[in-house]
Write a protein that binds this ligand. Structure first.
Ligand code: MN
Length: 254
């Protein structure tokens, strides 16, 4: 079992070391390949028009080869699968992200994009996020959780073209695991206009942290809010299957 570890917070984030430690006992070999800088909210971006540099990182975790890529999270999976990593890879794990990736967050998430890219290469994949955005977030309590989930995925397998998106509550008190669907987020972004020293406007997107329907039972938001680890299977196939029949009846061909 050769496990590839990546993330979107960058190779120097605390969460990726925690995830590496979580999977070491489950694998014959663990390789880490992650962005050289924070690439959060970069989605499923790929680098096509620029070169990338890949640098070996020394003293990452004992016995683990680690590389930093000047590209996106999905680039990391892709360069590994396209031959940069020579030994065949059996499983890709991503995270542990600083902050949750629930509801519509998964469409922004580089953590999830690492796993989506793995699906494209036909590999099973798990994305892990911690429900704590603090720079001082403690990833230690998440290590046994990530290990248990990964061990279970190795044993049970995942459906084809399906990743497991895992969100872990902050703190030491975890009530258990809930298999749930994506909830609904409410983003509170605001466009803030300022002016540079030449009077030319520039823009920030700021505002309060996103909220969401935490009371809606059976969702990732609800599970994490109530102290459970959320497990959400996510398809690579984005087709809205329920809408196909109705759209096929549109009077569009005449
Ligand atoms: Mn991130």
């Amino acid at each position: 079992m050769h496990i590839l570890v990546s993330n979107d917070d960058g190779i120097f984030a605390s969460g990726i070391k925690a995830l590496t430690e979580a999977v070491i006992p489950l694998a014959d070999k663990v390789t880490v390949i992650a962005p050289s800088q924070n690439q959060s909210a970069s989605g499923h971006k790929r680098t096509l028009n620029d070169p990338m540099r890949i640098r070996k990182v020394s003293d990452f975790v004992d016995g683990v080869e680690a590389y930093a890529v000047t590209g996106s999270p999905a680039d990391c999976t892709a360069v590994a699968m396209l031959g940069f990593i020579k030994d065949p890879i059996d499983l890709v794990v991503s995270g542990i992200n600083r902050g949750p990736n629930v509801a519509q967050d998964v469409t922004y998430s580089g953590t999830v994009a690492v796993a989506l890219e793995a699906l494209i290469f036909g590999l099973p994949a798990i994305a892990f996020s911690l429900d704590d955005r603090s720079s001082k977030a403690d990833y230690q309590p998440s290590i046994p959780v990530a290990r248990t989930v990964t061990e279970t995925v190795i044993r049970e397998g995942l459906p084809k073209q399906t990743l497991l998106n895992v969100n872990i509550p902050a703190g030491n008190e975890i009530k258990g695991y809930k298999t749930v669907k994506q909830g609904v987020r409410t983003y509170q972004d605001q466009l803030i206009e300022r002016h540079d020293p030449h009077g030319v406007p520039y823009y920030w997107v700021g505002g309060a942290m996103p909220a969401g329907e935490v009371e809606k039972e059976g969702t990732d938001l609800w599970a994490v809010h109530n102290g459970y680890v959320s497990l959400t299977p996510i398809h690579l196939d984005l087709t809205a299957h329920d809408a196909i029949d109705n759209i096929a009846k549109w009077d569009i061909n005449t």
